[in-house]
Design a protein around this ligand. Structure first.
Ligand code: TYM
Length: 335
C-alpha cells in the first residue's frame, strides 16, 4: 500500500516581545510534539504584529528571536517549514480575496478585537479588525487540517472555518477546513497575579506572567508570589480554587503528570511548598531552552538560512493554493 501524504498543520505566533509560559504551554510546546505526525508549517506572524504599534528595530529583533525560540523549543527545521509571514506575500494576497467574503459585523464581534480596541483606543485601525481574516489566509493557504492554538484563538479558528466553507460553497471545493488542536487543561493558562485573567505579556503587572527568558530566581519569585486562596488544600477546582488549579495545570504541563497524580504529590502539603515545587519544575524545564536559545541567536547565518529555505518551501505551497483561488474567482490569467 502506498504511504498517505502527511496531513498539514499550521500555526503562528506574533513577534510582539517576550513569549510567556502561556504561549509555550498553550501552543509552542505542541509544535514539536506534532512534527512527526503532520507536515508542519510554523510562522513568525510579523504582519499580525503591526496591528498594534511596534518599534521597528524591536520588531526586527523579536522576529529573529522568535524563530530561534521555535527551534530551541524542539521544532526541527529539517522536519518542519519555519518562516517569517511577511516573506511570503501570498498571505496578503489571499487576505484581500477573503476580505470580500468577510463581513464587518462578524469581525467587530471578535472578542480579541474588542479587547485590543479597548486597550489601544488611540490606534483602532483596519488591520486590527482584519487580524482574523489574515489569520484565516495563513491557515487556508496551506490547506492545513490542524491548528495548534490556545483557547483565546478558538474564535478566530471558527471564523477561519466559516470563511473557508463560505468560499467553498460560493466557488467550489478549494480549501481544507481546519480543526483546532487545543488540549483542554492547558488551553488557557491564567495570570499568576489574577487567576481570573488570561496570562498575557501585555499585563502591566510583570508578576502575572513568566517568560521563556526569565532567569531561575525571577521564576521562583513570581511563583512564590502567585495568588492562591485562603484555604490550605492543593486541589483542582477552577471555580473555588482558580489560582491553585492554574498552578496545578502548569505543574502537569511541565512534568507530564495527571492532575490526580499532582494532587497526590501535594496531599497534606502547604501552599508555600507547592508554589516552590511548581517554580522549580518550570525553572528546570526552561533552563535548557534558554541556553539553546542563546546558542542559536549567536548563529545568525544559520537562522537566516532556515527562514530563507522556509519561505521558499512555504511559497511553493501557498502559490499553488492562490493560483487555484484566483482561477475560481475569475481573474484572467492571460493565454
Ligand atoms: P499570539 O501570538 O497572541 O499567541 C501565540 C499562541 O499562544 C497561545 N496563548 C495561550 N495559550 C494558553 N494560555 C495562555 N495564557 C495563552 N496566551 C497565548 C495563543 O492561543 C496562540 O496559539 N493570531 C495569533 C497568531 C496567529 C496564528 C495564525 C495562530 C497568526 N496566524 C494562524 C494560528 C494560526 C495570535 O495573536 O497569537
Amino acid at each position: 500500500m502506498e504511504a498517505q501524504p502527511k496531513r498539514k498543520l499550521f500555526s503562528a505566533v506574533q513577534p510582539s516581545g517576550a513569549v510567556t509560559i502561556g504561549n509555550y504551554i498553550g501552543a509552542i510546546r505542541n509544535f514539536a510534539a506534532l512534527q512527526d505526525e503532520y507536515a508542519c508549517l510554523y510562522a513568525v506572524a510579523d504582519l499580525h504584529a503591526i496591528t498594534v504599534k511596534q518599534e521597528p528595530a524591536a520588531l526586527r529583533r523579536h522576529t529573529l528571536e522568535l524563530l530561534a525560540l521555535f527551534i530551541a523549543c524542539g521544532v526541527d527545521p529539517e522536519k518542519c517549514t519555519l518562516f517569517v509571514q511577511s516573506h511570503v506575500p501570498a498571505h496578503c494576497e489571499l487576505t484581500w480575496v477573503l476580505n470580500t467574503i468577510a463581513y464587518p459585523g462578524e469581525l467587530s464581534r471578535m472578542t480579541q478585537f474588542k479587547d485590543k480596541s479597548a486597550r489601544h483606543a488611540d490606534n483602532v485601525n483596519m488591520g486590527l479588525m482584519d487580524h482574523p481574516v489574515l489569520m484565516a489566509a495563513d491557515i487556508l493557504l496551506y490547506q492545513a487540517a490542524l491548528v495548534p492554538v490556545g483557547a483565546d484563538q478558538k474564535q478566530h479558528l471558527e471564523l477561519t472555518r466559516d470563511l473557508g466553507i463560505r468560499f467553498n460553497n460560493r466557488y467550489g471545493a478549494t480549501f481544507t477546513i481546519p480543526e483546532p488542536f487545543t488540549p483542554k487543561s492547558t488551553a488557557r493558562i491564567m495570570s499568576l497575579a489574577d487567576p481570573t485573567k488570561k496570562m498575557s505579556k501585555s499585563d502591566e503587572n510583570p508578576n502575572g506572567f513568566v517568560t521563556l527568558d526569565d532567569d531561575r530566581d525571577t521564576i521562583l519569585r513570581k511563583f512564590q508570589r502567585a495568588v492562591t486562596d485562603s484555604g490550605a488544600e492543593v486541589r483542582y477546582d477552577t471555580e473555588e480554587k482558580p489560582g491553585v488549579s492554574n498552578l496545578l495545570s502548569i505543574y502537569c504541563a511541565f512534568t507530564g503528570k495527571t492532575i490526580e497524580g499532582a494532587e497526590r504529590d501535594f496531599a497534606g502539603k502547604g501552599y508555600g511548598e507547592f508554589k516552590l515545587a511548581v517554580g522549580e519544575v518550570v525553572a528546570d524545564a526552561l533552563a535548557p531552552i534558554r541556553a539553546e536559545h542563546g546558542r542559536l541567536l549567536a548563529d545568525k547565518a544559520y537562522l537566516n538560512g532556515v527562514m530563507k529555505r522556509g519561505a521558499e518551501a512555504a511559497a511553493r505551497i501557498a502559490y499553488r493554493t492562490l493560483a487555484k483561488v484566483y482561477r475560481k474567482v475569475g481573474f484572467y490569467a492571460g493565454e
